[in-house]
Design a protein around this ligand. Structure first.
Ligand code: C2E
Ligand code: MG
Ligand code: MG
Ligand code: MG
Length: 292
């Protein structure tokens, strides 16, 4: 009863809170319906091996193909979902769709990995690895072995022990783990030791900045060095120019991703891109060999 009174008072003093809550619920409902209506699609952005200049994988990036508003990027709907179970539902769809696509590409003779972004809420479900196993069961070991999950570093740091366990469980299944937006979360070296992620993915802001800002360059260099010391792989994202490419090659980065190589593209364009991709001739000049 006291609660009820409190609620009513809320109504009187600040109806806008209630309205906002209502608007949010209605948006969530729309997103749930859109998911069932098949309005979400995955775009893929290629990842290229720095040394060989060869495409080795792609990151799956979700888009909402809205019937009226057109193609919406994740920043327009993921934040709304982050604290709702709908993010788990969407996340499971993403894993399923990316694995189905990967199966198709492997069957067509393309040798590549696919990485998928995982939200913290999804990772912290207690039956996460069990669900993952169920979702992947139909696709075969080669798909599982070429799947990578990206977890943002800041989310991983919220509960290091739980995430460390989830990472190990995924690895036991043959699934690789990358720490996304690495460098923004201030991982201590002890955290890095405990989070046995296979790959550190350097946050794009440091990569953008490294040509002009010595601090950003130091971070990029530092993360590449850390990855080498801890025997992890390292990916740089936000590679926008050939100067970024050369700098990263010089620094000994493993893999690159960014507009200088390719923008995220619909699945049907990937085979065309993969067949056509040859590294810039300048690549050879910088000491890399042509793709085999
Ligand atoms: P992210 O995982 O760090 O993905 C990289 C983002 O940078 C992508 O934006 C990509 O399009 C963009 N990008 C790639 N190369 C460049 C470049 O050279 N320059 C610039 N300026 N940008 C570049 P997008 O697709 O808008 O995704 C944004 C974020 O949304 C992702 O960041 C990821 O955190 C999240 N996200 C995307 N798909 C999913 C998903 O399926 N599930 C979840 N939970 N989150 C997702
Ligand atoms: Mg990512
Ligand atoms: Mg990132
Ligand atoms: Mg990001």
């Amino acid at each position: 009863e006291a609660k009820q009174a409190g609620k009513n008072r809320y109504h009187i003093f600040d109806p806008s809170i209630d309205q906002r809550q209502h608007a949010k619920q209605s948006t969530l409902k729309k997103i749930g319906k859109a998911l069932n209506a098949g309005q979400f699609v995955l775009y893929y952005q290629p990842q290229v091996d720095c040394r060989r200049g060869k495409a080795v994988g792609a990151e799956a990036l979700v888009r909402w193909n809205h019937p009226i508003l057109g193609l919406l990027g994740p920043s327009e709907f993921i934040p709304l979902l982050e604290h709702d179970d709908l993010i788990v539902e969407l996340g499971e769809w993403v894993i399923q769709e990316a694995s189905r696509q990967l199966r198709e590409w492997l069957d067509d003779g393309f040798d590549l990995k696919i990485s998928v972004n995982i939200s913290a809420r999804q990772l912290h479900q207690k039956e996460f690895t069990q669900r993952l196993r169920e979702l992947l069961a139909q696709h075969g070991a080669d798909v599982v072995g070429r799947l990578e999950l990206e977890i943002v570093e800041t989310a991983a740091l919220e509960d290091v022990n739980a995430v460390a366990d989830a990472i190990r469980a995924c690895q036991a299944m043959g699934i690789g783990i990358a720490l996304d937006d690495f460098g923004t979360g201030f991982s201590s070296l002890v955290h890095l030791k405990r989070l046995a992620a296979d790959i550190l993915k350097i946050d794009q802001n440091f990569v953008f900045g490294m040509l002009d800002d010595p601090g950003d360059l130091a971070i990029v260099e530092g993360v590449i060095g850390l990855a080498a010391s801890f025997r992890r792989g390292v990916i740089a994202e936000g590679v926008e120019s050939i100067d970024h490419v050369f700098m990263l090659m010089g620094l000994g980065c493993d893999v690159m991703q960014g507009y200088a190589l390719a923008r995220p593209m619909p699945a049907e364009r990937m085979p065309v891109w993969l067949k056509a991709f040859t590294p810039d001739p300048l690549w050879e000049l910088a000491g890399a060999s042509r793709p085999s």
